[in-house]
Design a protein around this ligand. Structure first.
Ligand SMILES: [Fe+2]
Length: 274
């Protein structure tokens, strides 16, 4: 375990029998997340497994027409998003592939995606003390496994946040490599008025963990490149949101309640001011 920047902690892990096993107990990881810090878990998931998720997702999207209407939360769909969120006013430009019905995918797509989404699900269960399975529910929260592509040339996701519960901890798994597959863009956070940019700190196979009510964003891919929805180049991540799509959405005011839970003011007074 190592603090690589203010509020940014790297934790080693082993990928053993398809499970992500961190070098410190899950409770300790969650203590760091809740302090709050951004925690990067070096999962050790093999490169081949990660890259196969990108290629399987692309092959699936090629034969599946992009969704256009409002999200229905009862299927597998992909959508090219260029939009400003209604309540939080967060602008966004990216291509998401959301597998609410992941159990209904055809083989071999399902098996390929599960090589990453089963360890992610178990890891989140271990962190939060849950024992949740995949599958759509009409009466409560369920998983919305997603593979997100941030194309070159200006894709991004503006500052936004989520209710803390039931997710508690957000998970972002890098499916490809910064500095090789893409050269700009990464997730940013604000903690105690200090900006934490993870761009360049997250390698392929690393999972970023963050307290779900922290304001966060995705910094843009470089405008020096030409934008194209068709070009698969750019940053690819796998995320695992867990929420009830019919519950009340997050408020338009940013949550500040977590500030009261910070036990110690870590390090010196904050430098950057939002
Ligand atoms: Fe988010």
């Amino acid at each position: 375990m190592k603090e690589v920047a203010k509020y940014l902690i790297k934790v080693d892990a082993e990928f053993k029998d398809g499970q992500i096993v961190p070098e410190i107990p899950f409770e300790e990881v969650m203590r760091l997340v809740n302090e709050p810090n951004i925690v990067i878990i070096k999962t050790g998931i093999p490169e081949e497994t990660l890259r196969s998720v990108i290629s399987a997702t692309r092959a699936w999207a090629d034969k599946t027409p992009a969704a256009e209407g409002p999200d229905t939360f009862d299927n597998n769909q992909h959508k090219q998003r260029l939009h400003i969120a209604k309540i939080q006013q967060a602008p966004q430009l990216f291509h998401d592939h959301t597998f609410d019905a992941i159990l209904d995918l055809e083989e071999p797509t399902k098996q390929t995606l599960m090589k990453v989404f089963t360890p992610l699900r178990q890891f989140w269960n271990n962190l939060t003390g849950n024992n949740e399975e995949y599958g759509i529910r009409k009466d409560g929260p369920f998983f919305h496994p997603q593979v997100t592509h941030y194309p070159l040339g200006g894709s991004f996701f503006g500052r936004h946040w989520h209710p803390l519960n039931p997710q508690k901890v957000g998970t972002i798994l890098a499916l490809n490599q910064y500095g090789k597959d893409y050269n700009s863009g990464g997730t940013g956070y604000v903690i105690n008025d200090h900006i934490v940019e993870t761009e360049g700190y997250q390698d392929m196979g690393d999972i970023i963990l963050f307290r779900y009510d922290l304001p966060h964003w995705v910094s843009p891919s470089s405008f020096a490149d030409r934008f194209s929805w068709e070009d698969p180049a750019g940053r690819w991540v796998a995320i695992l949101p867990f929420y009830d799509p019919w519950a009340k959405p997050a408020d338009k005011d940013e949550p500040q309640g977590w500030k009261a839970q910070i036990q110690t003011a870590k390090n010196a007074p904050t430098e950057a001011v939002v």
